[in-house]
Design a protein around this ligand. Structure first.
Ligand code: NI
Ligand code: MN
Length: 225
């Protein structure tokens, strides 16, 4: 599998059977992106929660690709009402998709979506544990640190964990190090930083603490698993 980071919390995964997933496709308005929303080609769009810096260009991408949107039930229902194909999950629940198993994990965060100036509640924020091709990828979404992350380490060795480090809206760098302690991933890729002034962080400082685990990815950079 090939995993590519696209700035903020946007990550894409291409499997060897050519199935393509994108998580939290915030492209338009994301100063760190390497993508153009009109050119994204995917089969599935996974959304951790309703905030606009995560839902991003979902409509455009889903429309252009007939992609299936995987999200919490409220967010999935919202897009289903707009005519899109969706699959709703709720916290702790997972499903065997043709490409692999996706579990909706806990996140301590809020979830709402602003559309046409109106803020709509969008269920509970989460993350995803994705098991495909014998690999495990964890995308924490936006979350505070929580010690139950240990449970996810017990499901099998996490190959790559994408964790927010920006602070202010999510856990910061110190808590991200504790999260690594709980999750014991082979690699941890920092995300959700430097997109806005409020979440400025130096991911390389984290690397000094856990040089073998912290793996800083530039937007557009890929990792082959
Ligand atoms: Ni958020
Ligand atoms: Mn966010």
């Amino acid at each position: 599998m090939k995993i590519t980071f696209h700035g903020h919390s946007c990550v894409s995964i291409e499997l060897s059977d050519k199935t393509r997933l994108i998580i939290d496709p915030f492209i338009t308005g994301n100063p760190l992106t390497d993508l153009n929303a009109d050119e994204v080609e995917v089969d599935y769009i996974l959304l951790t929660h309703g905030h606009n810096d995560h839902v991003g260009d979902t409509e455009t991408i889903a429309q252009n690709n007939d992609a299936i949107i995987i999200a919490n039930v409220e967010l999935a229902d919202y897009f289903s009402d707009q005519g899109f194909e969706t699959h709703g999950l709720n916290i702790g629940g997972g499903f065997n998709f043709p490409f692999g198993y996706v579990k909706n994990t806990i996140a301590y965060h809020s979830s709402s979506y602003v559309v046409d100036g109106e803020r709509i509640p969008m269920g509970v924020a989460g993350g995803f544990l994705i098991k495909a091709e014998g690999k495990i990828v964890y995308h924490a979404g936006d979350t505070a640190l929580f010690s139950d992350m240990r449970m996810y380490a017990e499901e099998g060795r996490i190959d790559v964990a994408f964790l927010p480090i920006g602070d202010n809206f999510t856990m910061g760098p110190r808590d991200a190090l504790k999260a690594c302690h709980y999750l014991q991933p082979r690699k941890m890729v920092p995300m959700h930083y430097n997109t806005f002034d409020l979440i400025k962080q130096d991911p390389h400082k984290l690397k000094e603490h856990l040089p073998k685990v912290v793996y800083v990815m530039d937007p557009g950079q890929s990792l082959d698993l």
